[in-house]
Design a protein around this ligand. Structure first.
Ligand code: C2E
Ligand code: CA
Ligand code: CA
Length: 633
């Protein structure tokens, strides 16, 4: 064999070694289930076949003249090369379309139209043995014919389309993929050009195989996007893939599965069995949708991306999941009941950004909420409120309203309760009952309470409340905030920066705290009292607190919740509860304030019970400061 041909064979053999290695690697890693993987594997097979047929033809060229058999072999090898090489660029295009995700938006008609040049040129390659349109032999010398230009033209077309596709999807793909794809194309182009100018350097296929190696390491490799415990995709993969949909304004349906009692399982079994449970869940989901549609952005949450599914299919899948979670899961010898919330969501109707997806996945489902009632709208409203709170905290956009309190005996003004208000530009008025718990969850309630306290201090410093005969102003404290270390110092720092007597501030702490917090809370209450502040217990009668605990806290005033008053009007049993509550609180040495007073009849009732203070809409709703001064004038 001439040296030159051996040189060619060496190039093709190197190509073949590379692609075979890549094929083996792909199969060993079992990365074959996504359409993208299949196209990648197809490219590898095509380049391998091309390398083999080129080795064959490089060898046979040397012997073709010796016998018709060798000549026939040469023709077969050459023809095989064209048949397969014609497929390569279209497959590359399919691969790129899958990586960028654009293929999802293609109609079948579009797919067929784009495939036309491929079918035509493939036809030329297939019929060449009969027609010689692509190439022929002139006295054993290889000659190109007109159809070969079509074949190269079509290849160039698909190549260019692939490049265009990458540039138009630039922001839908990750930086890493961008770099990898750019490299992929530059290397392949370099190989083609080198072979074009130096016909004996068979660099085209070799460069292609190297480019594919790069692509495999950067694009096909899933090590960093797989969830190790379940074989589903991780948070990062979810981020990348959702971004692809969002950037391209593409509609897609999602199913969120939030397991809400995984920690319970861990407590019961005293080990990290939740990973095994997660695997069991993941395996169940894999029976419903392909593996590559399942994501596990955090240990207790799964997200299924149902692209290309119809609405009723998604509904069916989510119902099946709900049903499955009604049954138990078997792990080793034990069975567990997992509590899960299944939420369907539409991009872009319900969810417009990657952040939204993570908000839903990461949001904690509060206990005491009806799980079936949790809809995506409910969660997204929480997200909006969360954003509104952040905006309001940032721009100091809260307002403090005041609701007067009255001494019952003298029927004169006693003080006021400061109540925070949030009026958001987009959401409008949001009631504190709705946003305070959310602010507590995101750790911003402290900022809000500080704001209210400062406003109240400034109001007191103006001496106006005193002149109007107000004894004190009540300020609500969030229990979560009270229990933070250094809380009392923090309060003192704020209050002492105003010229305000401590006894003018009455802090309200709600009764409904967990029993385990009493000890810490009693220390805080004690310290506040020592500093001369007044203390009220709020919402008495709503929790199931231990009496011993709450009354050890030494309150000045106990505020009986409005529900107790309203029940006392409705039934005699409610009346007994109210009466005895008032008596007990008095016997323990505290004053009684009743909230929610709306009618004259209620005042009559409370007068008979010897209640000390009243607060309610009968006197005034909570109103802004200026209005409040008019009300008490
Ligand atoms: P709360 O401390 O029990 O406040 C009393 C609530 O009862 C107020 O609701 C008030 O408007 C309402 N109310 C008073 N009288 C009547 C009445 O006669 N009839 C009816 N139907 N309602 C009456 P608001 O202002 O919506 O506050 C709700 C809750 O939000 C408060 O309950 C308190 O827990 C929380 N909150 C309000 N402001 C603050 C604050 O500055 N900091 C903290 N941590 N929580 C606050
Ligand atoms: Ca209160
Ligand atoms: Ca209250």
């Amino acid at each position: 064999l001439p040296l030159q041909n051996r040189f060619h064979v060496a190039f093709y053999a190197a190509t073949l070694a590379t692609t075979i290695t890549l094929i083996l690697f792909t199969l060993l890693q079992r990365r074959t289930d996504r359409p993208q993987n299949k196209w990648f594997l197809t490219m590898l097979i095509i380049v391998s076949v091309n390398a083999i047929s080129n080795i064959g033809s490089s060898v046979m060229v040397g012997y073709a003249e010796e016998s018709p058999f060798y000549f026939t072999l040469l023709k077969i090898f050459h023809n095989t090369y064209f048949i397969f090489h014609t497929i390569l660029c279209p497959v590359l295009y399919c691969y790129v379309l899958n990586v960028t995700g654009s293929i999802r938006r293609w109609s079948n008609l579009r797919k067929i139209i784009v495939a036309v040049p491929f079918f035509v040129t493939e036809f030329f390659a297939l019929v060449n043995p009969l027609t010689n349109w692509v190439f022929y032999y002139d006295n054993y010398v290889f000659r190109r014919n007109w159809a070969e230009y079509f074949i190269y033209g079509a290849a160039a077309l698909y190549f260019i389309l692939s490049v265009v596709e990458i540039f138009t999807s630039w922001y839908a793909i990750t930086v890493r993929r961008r770099i990898a794809m750019t490299y992929f194309f530059a290397l392949a182009m370099g190989g083609v050009i080198l072979q074009l100018v130096q016909i004996d350097i068979k660099s085209e296929l070799f460069a292609e195989s190297l480019a594919m190696m790069g692509a495999m390491l950067a694009i096909e490799s899933e090590d960093d996007i797989l969830d190790a415990d379940t074989g589903t995709y991780n948070r990062r993969a979810l981020q990348t893939d959702i971004n692809g949909f969002v950037v391209k304004h593409e509609a897609v349906k999602l199913i969120f599965v939030k397991v809400v009692n995984a920690d319970m399982v861990e407590r019961v079994t005293r080990s990290a069995n939740s990973d095994i449970l997660a695997l069991a869940c993941a395996d169940y989901f894999k029976a419903l949708v392909p593996r590559y549609k399942i994501y596990r952005p955090n240990p207790e949450n799964f997200v299924l991306i149902c692209d290309g599914y119809r609405e009723d299919d998604v509904l069916k899948i989510s119902e099946m999941i709900k049903d499955r979670f009604l049954k138990s899961w078997r792990i080793f010898d034990s069975t567990f009941l997992l509590d899960a919330v299944v939420i369907k969501a539409d991009v872009p109707k319900d969810i417009q950004s990657v952040d939204d997806v993570f908000f839903v996945a990461d949001s904690i489902v509060p206990s005491g909420v009806d799980k079936d009632g949790i809809k995506i709208e409910w969660i997204m409203r929480r997200a909006e409120i969360e954003r509104a709170i952040r905006r309001a905290v940032h721009d100091h956009k809260f307002e403090v309203y005041y609701q007067p309190t009255y001494c019952l005996a003298e029927r004169k003004l006693h003080g006021a309760e400061a109540l925070v208000r949030m009026n958001d530009e987009t959401l409008g008025f949001v009631p504190p009952d709705e946003f305070i718990p959310i602010a507590e969850k995101i750790g911003l309630v402290e900022k809000i309470d500080d704001f209210v306290l400062k406003q109240v201090c400034a109001f007191l410093e103006s001496k106006v409340p005193e002149e109007r005969g107000m004894e004190c102003i009540n300020v609500n404290l969030s229990v979560i905030q009270c229990l933070r270390p250094g809380f009392v110092e923090h309060i003192l720092k704020i209050v002492n920066s105003y010229a305000v007597a401590h006894s003018k501030i009455n802090f309200e702490i709600t009764e409904s705290v967990g029993a385990e917090d009493y000890e810490a809370l009693s220390k805080v209450a004690h310290d506040l009292k020592k500093e001369g502040f007044l203390l009220s217990m709020d919402d008495y009668g709503t929790g199931y607190s231990n009496m011993e605990g709450i009354f050890s806290l030494d309150f000045d005033v106990v505020k009986i919740d409005k529900s107790i008053l309203w029940n006392a009007e409705k039934m005699s049993r409610g009346r007994i509860i109210l009466e005895n509550s008032v008596r007990m609180i008095h016997d323990l040495g505290c004053s009684v304030l009743v909230e929610g007073v709306e009618t004259e009849e209620q005042i009559d009732l409370l007068t008979r019970l010897n209640v000390d203070y009243l607060q309610g809409f009968y006197f005034s709703k909570p109103v802004p400061k200026d209005r409040f001064l008019e009300v008490i004038a």
